[in-house]
Ligand binder design. Structure first.
Ligand code: CP
Length: 294
């Protein structure tokens, strides 16, 4: 595996995380037009739907002067039974210099040990979403200028969320505190559980998650209205957040399910800033992948 790959947040030391955040902040200000020293050939292999991650990687790649190809799983030889390894090995063999991969399978990258080009994980099953975690960290850092003692509340379908799993581990490593809320059977780390009404008053950042129905074996037997009232961010709960606290969501959002639609673009919301930060972070990850300097 290439040392410049980022498959989980554990691939990055705290210093490397801060270096990526600093580069991302430079991309948002002093280095907006900076490009890689040569036009790298990059393939985006998304085996699962995506809007933000896929197209912000594409935006980042174009801004850095890369040549970009989007793999289409439905019209590829995976339909003839070709394995993930053979597909990825083919991309490496025919000249692609970095691969962005999202796949439904947990830790799909364990099969890719023999691949030499950098791989940036764009999400695997329920486990890891490092580029999302980094853009979430950037959003928190821009707000508070530190992670020390910052209280992050993550609410919703924690069990099936690669966003939650990446953020819990990393925020703790950076000195923050994390609590989890939502339907108790969907909170897999019971030690971190806090009831929503208490938790919204505790948090500096409230990150709402959607229910990931595509990863559920059972249907959640609850109406949208019931879910919002019991577990969601209502206007009443938002009014009890600290004055400085922010609202986050990785999106896609199910408006009026996990969050009242009126809160999505309210003053405390940083949801669209997160998306904007996604491009800066992915530029910084690509810069690191090719070991380039400003
Ligand atoms: N946040 C996120 O991963 O969104 P997409 O699934 O649209 O990429």
């Amino acid at each position: 595996m290439n040392q410049r790959s980022v498959l989980t947040m554990n691939y990055l030391s705290v210093d490397e995380i801060m270096s990526i955040l600093n580069d991302a902040m430079s991309f948002s200000s002093s280095h907006q037009d900076w490009q890689l020293s040569k036009p790298r050939l990059i393939a985006n292999l998304f085996f699962e739907p995506s809007t933000r991650t896929h197209y912000s990687f594409v935006s980042a790649e174009h801004q850095l002067g890369c040549k970009v190809v989007d793999f289409i799983a439905e019209s590829s030889s995976t339909q003839k039974g070709e394995s993930l390894y053979d597909t990825v090995k083919t991309f490496e063999t025919i000249g692609y210099e970095a691969l962005i991969i999202r796949h439904t399978e947990n830790s799909y990258f364990d099969q890719l040990e023999n691949i030499s080009v950098p791989i940036l994980n764009a999400g695997d099953g329920c486990e890891n979403h490092p580029s999302q975690c980094l853009l979430d960290l950037l959003t928190i850092y821009q707000e508070f200028n530190t992670f020390e003692n910052i209280k992050l509340l993550i609410v919703g379908d924690i069990k099936h969320s690669r966003v939650a799993h990446s953020n819990v581990e990393t925020m703790k490593r950076l000195g923050g505190e994390v609590r989890l809320s939502g339907p108790e059977f969907l909170v897999d780390d019971k030690d971190l559980y806090m009831p929503i009404d208490e938790a919204v008053e505790w948090a500096d950042a409230v990150m709402m998650l959607r229910i990931q129905h595509e990863r559920h074996e059972d249907t959640l037997m609850m109406s949208k209205e019931e879910y919002l009232a019991n577990y969601g961010l209502t206007k009443e709960r938002a009014a009890r957040m600290k004055d400085h606290a922010i609202i986050m969501h990785p999106a896609p959002i199910n408006r009026d399910v996990e969050i009242d639609s009126d809160l999505v673009e309210c003053k405390q919301s940083r949801i669209f800033e997160q998306m904007k930060n996604g491009v800066y972070i992915r530029k910084a990850m690509l810069k690191r992948a090719f070991d380039e300097k400003f």
